[in-house]
Design a protein around this ligand. Structure first.
Ligand code: SR1
Ligand code: MG
Length: 401
């Protein structure tokens, strides 16, 4: 079938003709529920049995901007292949793909809507004590097994080829590493923070460090990274997480995914200024977020190093001192990438609800200033970071200023 964007009813007809999902006579409801920046997402449910699936279809343009921003449909292939690979390594943490249609740029997958989007859960002030362990395992396993440490050298090179993702990488290159640091037309920020934003545009040492981080993103084909691992890409419940949306997946630096998780916890930390008016509760929730930042890194590193010792096929990996220096670089990369991802959400296109939902412009500006200060400090001070508490110490110091 030649490509066309499906309607809700056409999505029903589509899943009905697939084998093994629904009976031909099944009565299905269909709702388009996509609230992301790029795609259509249909939730399809059979009321009689409660069985449901999700159909995700790429549009030939970026939904957030419209048809004036054409965007490759190949991102649907990238996403479905990445989901299948990640599901192989951590089946409980990633939705199962039932079917992929290259022509329609469409994936039919497990419905995980019994979970909530983590960003919404954090904005509501919920706590998820199992999150760090779960995301630490997701990161350690998906990144280790697709890297030169855990994959056969031929398989790794073949994967690099399958995940050449130039158009989506270019979005990240522009929106995360370039536009926010100059007066670019894509930028969109609160006019009340113009002075702080202009100071960033004029901060040469900061821009040099961001240039180095961008170069890492451009060149370090280290592992199959998710590529957009913010809290809107994580469905969560009190007991489980499901990582979705890897359409930005490509072979990139491991620290980019870890940094994305840390950045989004810290964006919520900054947003607490407007989200939680009770200062006692705000402080307590911020402590929870900082403890989660530490736990995410600690869980990742403990599981990654365990895999390294038990599973690394690459002989050089067992050279004395190598894993320690590798892990030290990773935490510094993660801190730097986290900083860029915080700055882009305040200055650039595509903000986050943790800040944007603060109704009062002045209060939002105060939260945004804190986010900008944290982001800059993480970038500039990353080379002194050794352990996870060094990251949270930076955040505490900046907050106390
Ligand atoms: C035009 S896409 C804007 C942003 O949405 C995605 O979630 C990525 O973060 C991208 O940078
Ligand atoms: Mg997304």
């Amino acid at each position: 079938m030649a490509y066309r964007a499906l309607s809700e009813q056409e999505a029903v007809q589509y899943v009905k003709q697939l084998p093994d999902l629904f009976a031909a006579e099944a009565e299905l409801t269909s709702r388009e529920i996509g609230d992301g920046n790029l795609n259509l997402v249909f939730h399809i449910r059979e009321e009689a049995t409660g069985k449901s699936v999700v159909v995700k279809q790429a549009l030939p343009y970026a939904r957030v901007v419209g048809e004036s921003w054409p965007l490759t449909l190949d991102r649907a292939r990238i996403e479905s292949e990445a989901l299948r690979i990640q599901h192989k390594y951590v089946p409980d943490l990633v939705p199962e793909v039932y079917h992929f249609d290259e022509e329609l740029a469409l994936t039919v997958m497990e419905d995980v809507s019994d979970h909530v989007i983590m960003r919404k859960g954090l904005i509501a002030g919920n706590r998820y004590p199992l999150f760090a362990k779960q995301i630490g395992r997701f990161l350690a396993h998906t990144l280790f097994y697709t890297s030169d440490l855990g994959a056969h050298p031929y398989d790794k090179k073949a994967l690099v080829g399958r995940f050449i993702n130039p158009e989506l990488c270019k979005i990240t290159e522009d929106l995360v590493f370039t536009d926010p640091y100059e007066d670019a037309p894509t930028n969109s920020f609160n006019p009340l923070i113009r002075r702080e934003v202009e100071a960033i545009w004029n901060n040469k040492p900061l821009k040099l460090e961001i240039a180095k981080l961008k170069y890492e993103f451009l060149t370090r084909a280290e592992a199959l990274v998710h590529g957009d691992l913010h809290t809107g890409s994580i469905f969560i419940s009190p007991t489980s997480i499901k990582v979705i949306d890897p359409e930005f997946a490509y072979y990139g630096p491991i620290g980019f995914d870890i940094g994305a998780v840390i950045a989004n916890l810290l964006l919520n930390y900054a947003g607490q200024h407007g989200l939680q008016p009770d200062t006692g509760k705000r402080e307590a929730y911020r402590e929870y977020l900082l403890a989660t930042v530490e736990d995410v890194w600690n869980e990742f590193v403990s599981q990654f190093v365990q895999l390294w010792h038990k599973q690394a096929k690459e002989r050089s990996a067992h050279t004395e001192g190598f894993w320690q220096s590798y892990v030290q670089r990773l935490i510094r990369d993660a801190a730097g990438f986290a900083g860029c991802k915080i700055l882009r959400r305040v200055i650039g296109l595509a903000g986050v609800a943790d800040l944007n939902s603060i109704a009062d412009d002045q209060t939002r500006a105060e939260a945004e200033r804190l986010a900008l200060a944290i982001g800059q400090a993480l970038i500039l001070e990353r080379n002194g970071v050794e352990v996870s508490t060094d990251i949270t110490d930076i955040v505490r110091t900046v907050t106390a200023r």
